[in-house]
Design a protein around this ligand. Structure first.
Ligand code: NAD
Ligand code: ZN
Length: 359
């Protein structure tokens, strides 16, 4: 009944700490076939950061465009197969980017040592062997993917994480200088993921002193960053959001997410909307469940002049709405937390369809 969470092994925090990577990797370079696989958000191709990545001639660097879709099982399997065919087993994997890249690095590190397709391992504790060493460097703050024990993948059947102790990063480097270039809309959507993690973690039956302490602090930081006297994308606030992201992730690890994340999974799986944006689309209509949170999130968006589209559901077919409701309904742990153990008496697939129709 009680969660036994494997934390990140090592964490570096601070502006400029990206430069520590070379030394950190040096200790690991003799493992396996003595090369590293770097998976890097395509945004950084040709940017200054590219030159700062401590790549050796034997290493493989893959720039990945994360915008067309969230990470897929097929993408992970192909990456693993290509690298194994070219050079064998790497010493480790380094991910530099947002939540998508964090999940790609975590997932591929596991799939290097577990045979077959990653679809076989979507779920809790299905991996058979530990993965290889993996290091994460988040470049946009919010999802908490840098700290979580899951690597979320979209497969042909389900959007579900590879979730086990071995998923958690061996090392993260938290250098908030890297997030300075995030555009304002993405800064808000990703930050709202942290905010929603905390609101959902707090509002449900699994909340406890441990998850509450993290959520309380992360919410305080979000309020300073988005609504405070010095609100906005400043170096100070970038530091704070990087910490808030991690704390939001830790809060929900010891508690659970709720109604918004259930709906968001439906939007991502059926319509391909990205996680943080999908959360915002859903959350703005959930005043029945999170009244104060919805008001505050709207205030944060308005303060930074980011507008969410309205009336989207008019263009969705009944089949799409039914399919999204089905995805959302099949996340019982989220409904159980948010509504209570008798949630099935209060929430049906039809209730969920109505929530989608508000969007
Ligand atoms: P992302 O990684 O998809 O990146 C969002 C956008 O920001 C992209 O366009 C990217 O190119 C850009 N970007 C990243 N860093 C930048 C920078 N420094 N400057 C300019 N642009 C930059 O987005 P995300 O919102 O961080 O992550 C979403 C993904 O995370 C989804 O796939 C979701 O499933 C996953 N997720 C995982 C967990 C987990 O616990 N594993 C939790 C929540 C979400
Ligand atoms: Zn989330």
């Amino acid at each position: 009944m009680h969660k036994n969470f494997k934390n990140i092994d090592k964490v570096v925090f601070g502006r400029g700490s990206f430069s520590e990577m070379e030394n950190i990797l040096a200790e690991k370079r003799n493992e396996n076939n003595r090369f590293f696989l770097f998976v890097v958000d395509n945004y950084f191709k040709g940017k200054d950061l590219e030159k700062r990545i401590p790549v050796k001639p034997e290493d493989i660097v893959r720039f990945i465009d994360v915008d067309p879709h969230e990470p897929t099982t097929e993408q992970i399997d192909n990456l693993r197969d290509e690298v194994l065919a070219a050079k064998g087993l790497p010493a480790g994997v380094v991910g530099i980017g947002g939540g998508s890249i964090m999940d790609i690095a975590k997932a591929v590190s596991l799939m290097f040592t577990n045979e077959g397709s990653s679809t076989l391992y979507q779920g809790l504790n299905l991996l058979k062997k530990p993965g290889i060493y993996h290091l994460g460097v988040p470049t946009i703050s919010g999802t908490g993917a840098e700290v979580s024990m899951t690597a979320v993948l979209t497969g042909p059947v389900k959007k579900l994480g590879l979730k086990c102790d071995w998923t958690v990063f061996n090392q993260v480097i938290l250098d908030s200088e890297l997030t300075a270039s995030v555009p304002v809309d993405k800064w808000l959507y990703a930050g709202m993921d942290t905010y929603i993690h905390c609101i959902e973690s707090e509002n449900g039956i699994l909340n406890n002193a441990y998850s509450h302490a993290y959520a309380e602090q992360a919410l305080k930081l979000c309020r300073e960053i988005y609504l405070g006297e010095h609100a906005g994308q400043t170096p100070d606030n970038d530091d704070k959001l990087m910490v808030a992201s991690m704390m939001g992730g830790l809060s929900l690890t010891y508690s659970e997410v709720g109604v918004c994340h259930a709906l968001s999974y439906g939007l991502s799986k059926i319509l391909g909307d990205k996680h943080c944006y999908a959360n915002c689309l859903a959350f703005q209509h959930l005043e029945d469940y999170y009244e104060e949170g919805v008001k505050e999130l709207k205030k944060m968006l308005a303060t930074h002049k980011v507008q969410l589209p309205q009336g989207l559901a008019k263009n969705w077919t009944d089949e799409q709405i039914a399919a999204m409701a089905e995805v959302a309904y099949n996340l019982p742990h989220m409904w159980n937390h948010a509504i209570g153990t008798d949630w099935k008496e209060k929430v049906s697939v039809d209730t969920i369809k109505e929530l989608y129709k508000r969007m």
